[in-house]
Design a binder for this molecule. Sequence first.
Ligand code: CS2
Ligand code: MG
Length: 401
Amino acid sequence: MKITDVKVIVCGPARNFVTLKIVADGIYGLGDATLNGRELSVASYLTDHVVPLLIGRDARRIEDIWQYLYKGAYWRRGPVTMSAIAAVDTALWDLKAKSLNVPLYQLLGGASRDAVMVYGHASGADVEDTVKAVAHYVELGYKAIRAQSGIPGLTSTYGVGRGGMFYEPAEKKAPPENSWSTEHYMTFIPKLFERLRKEFGPEVHLLHDAHHRLTPIEAARVGKSLESYHLFWLEDPTPAELQESFRLIRQHTTTPLAVGEIFNTIFDCQQLIEEQLIDYIRTTVVHAGGISHLRKIANLAEMYQVRTGSHGATDLSPVCMAAALHFDLSVHNFGVQEYMRHAPETDAVFPHAYYFENGFMHPGEKPGLGVDIDEALAAKYPYDRAYLPVNRKLDGTMHNW
Ligand code: CS2
Ligand code: MG
């Protein structure tokens, strides 16, 4: 199965996406290469450096091509490199499954469950708005719901969408400036979940994303203050470059912890997993080296009873969503899958077999990933540079967004 053609498709249906298309023996596989706010870096890494190396290679040699691109670059790791490798890896898995006429999950060990529990994103300008948003997701049948709210005293914060079921934080032209106060946040957040538990009772899984904004001891205090509301998880409580900082959080609270959406290799989470400093690892197909590498991370996590909870935001394309669902259906230590829906324009460009039903999802039974790209329609949505927000404390100090 010689690779005869490779294409990098950059498009912007509702938001920017980068898609890799690899052709061999007249069939093609797709991979997501989208890195929100730095999309063209990955597109260039693929077009200018990787694509010339793929032509003529045997498309069946997925692991060898992964190692060739990882070790062969000399400069290892990082979100751009690993998103590019992820796109190649995902496309080759798609190709292999299509050539064998089976849905991809059958090549990953088959189904370990009937369907995949997902969580949606409820947000509101204030507590009562957020209660209404959570109620909407309960009505839709979600068993797990992330809750984010505007914070009294702050003009903006992470995770409060502009209405609708999809959340796109990036804005055109320049990074939007957010302002932040940890004090306001820490005073407010227990009130939000007290109100949500009062309204919805103990059954629904409630999740929350602190989005890298706390110090370890602040995260410990927030985790402790939320214990009586038994969250499914508290996500990204503190920046995780220093993995050992999670020891401090772990010492003080039993609130489950999730981290990893910005990680791109197993080395970013090895200590967190081996010391059981987290409960869920959030690494994704598109940013953590593809299906091949994500499986290695999940296998390490399984040894330490850490479950998967892959990132699935609107800025990861339906190609990544499809790949994630095949992985999730099969991996033994599955926890939950994030499912931030896409805009109608995005779904039109990326027709797919996966479906949502009563709080769960399934990738469908089509050969391969079960997702396609309508290139003619994609061409009608040109790339339009956009930036993720930046975040400053009230005194102007740069902080984590
Ligand atoms: C968030 C994302 O989904 C999440 O948990 O952290 O919305 C994240 O902010 C975006 O994917 C960044 O592009
Ligand atoms: Mg997050």
